[in-house]
Design a protein around this ligand. Structure first.
Ligand code: 13P
Length: 249
């Protein structure tokens, strides 16, 4: 039985002081033992966030990471910096990074490998544009993204990975994919993992849905056979996020 994982992605929001105030307030509200609760926060908020959630069930994640160990890469964050700061998860290949910051399937692949090398759990994002959905190539596109992201990843590593299926047209638009659309793609992702590895790996890997998840849409989405939680943007900046985490209560 896969444990649900519900993660917030704050994107470029929240100052360090707001981070501490918010996490202190939401901490007691998200103590759902059935769910792994993660907040992926901007790099500058990581250290105060880790401090603020000490002793709670919340883990802190990063929103990005570079694929080199260290060196002359001005402005980037190295994996050992995240580990040393107490980070457990790192979002890799979010569509906003692909669209605005030249992230490619190739850099996603390198970052995934680097995250595993340092014991970080990658939350690997994939998703189609509206045009791709309308042209009927969603599943082909997602399978390609997954196959490249998992190149050279071992089955043991893959079992620990988290995949976030985020249709680009559903991000920040208030337009949630229908439960059927979300389940169909998450099932196809699991099938693709079974093809690359085996049934056991496919049964263990956790697949999230992301894209305008709200307290209203979460219960039905998370009840689907292949949806193991959510990656939540806008709604993770509000105390109402606790309602998403407690979707089963
Ligand atoms: P929204 O929940 O704001 O649509 O964002 C989804 C997302 O991109 C999470 O990574």
């Amino acid at each position: 039985m896969r444990k649900k994982i519900i993660a917030g992605n704050w994107k470029m929001n929240m100052t360090p002081s707001k981070t501490v105030a918010f996490l202190n307030e939401i901490k007691p509200l998200v103590a759902n033992e059935d769910v792994d609760v993660v907040f992926c926060v901007p790099a500058i908020d990581i250290i105060p966030a880790v401090e603020a959630v000490k002793g709670s069930n919340i883990e802190i994640g990063a929103e990005n990471m570079y694929y080199k160990d260290n060196g002359a890469y001005t402005g980037e964050i190295a994996p050992d910096m995240l580990v040393d700061a107490g980070v457990k998860y790192v979002i890799i290949g979010h569509s906003e990074r692909r669209e605005y910051f030249a992230e490619t399937d190739e850099t996603v692949k390198l970052k995934v490998l680097k995250a595993f090398e340092y014991g970080l759990t990658p939350i690997i994002c994939c998703g189609e544009s509206l045009t791709q959905r309308e042209q009927g190539v969603t599943i082909d596109w997602i399978r390609m993204q997954i196959k490249i992201a998992f190149q050279n990843v071992t089955a043991e590593q893959a079992k620990k990975a988290v995949i976030a299926y985020e249709p680009i047209w559903a991000i920040g638009t208030g337009k949630v994919a229908t439960t059927e659309q979300a389940q169909e793609v998450c099932a196809a992702i699991r099938e693709c993992i079974a093809e690359i590895y085996d049934e056991q790996t496919a049964a263990e890997i956790r697949i999230q849905y992301g894209g305008s998840v709200s307290a209203a849409s979460a219960p039905e989405l998370f009840a689907q056979a292949d949806i193991d939680g959510g990656l939540v943007g806008g709604a993770s900046l509000k105390l109402d996020f606790s309602k998403i985490v407690n979707y089963n209560k």
